[in-house]
Design a protein around this ligand. Sequence first.
Ligand code: AVJ
Ligand code: FE
Length: 433
Amino acid sequence: MTGSDVRTHVAAELQRARRRSLCLTESVDDHDLVRQHSPLMSPLVWDLAHVGNQEELWLVRDVGGGEPVRSDIDHLYDAFKHPRGDRPSLPLLGPNEARRYVGTVRDRVLRLLDRVSLDDRPLVRQAFAFGMIVQHEQQHDETMLATHQLRQGDPVLAAAPPPASAIPVNGEVLIKGGPFAMGTSLEPWALDNERPEHEVFVADFFIDRAPVTNRQYQEFIDDGGYDDSRHWSADGWQHRMTGGLTGPMHWCGDGTYVRFGRREPILPDEPVVHVCWYEAQAYAAWAGKRLPTEAEWEKAARHDPRTGRSRRYPWGDDDPDSAHANLGQRHLSPAPVGAYPQGASPYGVHQLIGDVWEWTSSSFGGYPGFRAFPYAEYSEVFFGDEYRVLRGGSFGTDSSACRGTFRNWDYPVRRQIFSGLRCARDPHPEEAR
Ligand code: AVJ
Ligand code: FE
């Protein structure tokens, strides 16, 4: 893209993110904006002002070298200073103050975008820092959507239902062993944890062509899966007992679930959503399978065995559109399996992108050659054993914050996010060659 195309693209993406943030915060009254809907989540008004504060820090001050808009509030919106549960008791900006603040910051950023030199410095090359801010806002929009799902009261969000299933998708495919290119060094807005591209050898494995559905997950429940410790890890079983888990979050136990304030019959062909890593692992064990490693997931999603190269997305290098994947909160649920035949990978694996985040067996860590950029606080401080990686994005993930290389992470107990799973397995001896 030329300099002016990049600027036009950035401005449009910033505006798209802001429209979504405002929609998520204008659909509820002030009381609902400032209250805490779950100790796991911030008040919505915190997310809104935090998005503006991050934009002020990274763009107005760091990239633009400008004077602070409001340096007095930095500490309130520093995610490392106050855990989510404590945020409602902080002297936060009120709803109108927060809206005014994010608007003021945005005006400064748009003026900066017009005049800043997008030269070869890493922070501004291909407008990286602006892209990071677009993704940051969209990530918080997905978090705000998860807060909406936890909110009590009448529904306030609406969207068209997702497309119906177009073709049957079932069974699994064999992914032949061999090297593939994991991660990226080219994708301009890829975050530090997706870099650099590096070769990984992945042995033969099978992966399911579709995410695990509600029907399949119900069979696990009906078979006593939640009462049989043999399927669970030791930590997982302990969590299942202390947490009193009996099924996915938001399931009512009578064949219905609650979706953004509406009680609806569970649709059997939809990917299961709102399961934690421990539940995902137990389901896979019950099915005689396992979770894929991150490398297996990415090979199934990106590797083209005919050309030997890795694609940006399962369907190719084109940006996602509504025929490829269920992204961007266009719908308020995952789509049934088979709804996106045009989104399949070269191996014939479907719905890897969109619908539900897919838990992998992998902990979060840096790739060989990892360099924290621009801040260790974005991902490096989360590296280690406590977090598991999720891949592929959900119906609530914007396309700007989702790629074949994109890595999300969370604690193995978390399930208020839009998390599901897909199973993999090793070949049986008679299937090996
Ligand atoms: C990548 C989704 C785990 O929300 O904690 C937002 C993204 N980082 N603000 C998160 C993020 C800083 C992050 N996740
Ligand atoms: Fe943030």
